[in-house]
Design a protein around this ligand. Structure first.
Ligand code: GAR
Length: 192
């Protein structure tokens, strides 16, 4: 299964996917990352891909005349690598209609959807005072974090947690969840 991975930041979810490719292949669920794209310059995620010799690109909204132009350009850049699946792993942009028509996309989100969608899932959950939050892997549709849920993991909020400490514990679960989801999607291709 050829994966295109989209990132905006540190790329620890991407790293987990990269680290899992060999083990998954040995277990009969073969996937590989064929390209990593970012919506901004200088992300650690793109650096992680470059260290492995994986092709990368940056496609920034402000370099385009319109959001539609960005959507078309992003689609073209990803399509050149012929992925079977796109993984939005900390990609902080809403994907456009042309992109979503072209690819099946899974996203990972740091909250138990449908609660706390959007860019600040951890902060919003903490502000609400929840005792349990977590992460969700879901198919991407035209909405913001609204697509069909594939898997979720729960994480308890600890006394004294702030956004950073809680997010780190969520991300531990998130990385494992994402690898498991991709392993299962690589094994059973009925979703294609
Ligand atoms: C992850 O927690 C991911 O769920 C979140 O950004 C983090 C990226 O971490 N995405 C969103 O909040 C999207 N709404 P990473 O760059 O270390 O993989």
């Amino acid at each position: 299964m050829r994966l295109a991975v989209l990132v905006s930041g540190s790329g620890t979810n991407l790293q987990a996917v990269l680290d899992a490719t060999e083990a998954a292949g040995a277990a009969g669920a073969s996937f590989e990352v064929v390209v990593v794209g970012a919506d901004r310059d200088g992300t650690r995620g793109v650096g992680r891909a470059q260290e492995r010799g994986i092709p990368t690109f940056v496609c920034r909204v402000p370099d385009h005349d319109s959001r539609a132009d960005w959507d078309a350009d992003l689609t073209r850049l990803v399509a050149a690598h012929e992925p079977d699946l796109v993984v939005s792993a900390g990609f902080m942009k809403v994907l456009g209609p042309v992109f979503l028509e072209a690819f099946r996309v899974v996203n990972t989100h740091p909250a138990l959807l449908p609660s706390f969608p959007g860019a600040h899932g951890v902060r919003d959950a903490l502000a609400h005072g929840v005792v349990v939050t977590g992460c969700t892997c879901h198919w991407v549709d035209a909405g913001v974090d609204t697509g069909p849920i594939i898997d979720q993991r729960a994480v308890r909020v600890a006394p004294g947690d702030d956004e950073g400490s809680l997010h780190e514990r969520i991300k531990e679960q998130e990385r494992a969840m994402l690898v498991e989801v991709l392993t299962s999607l690589a094994r059973d291709r009925s979703w294609r």
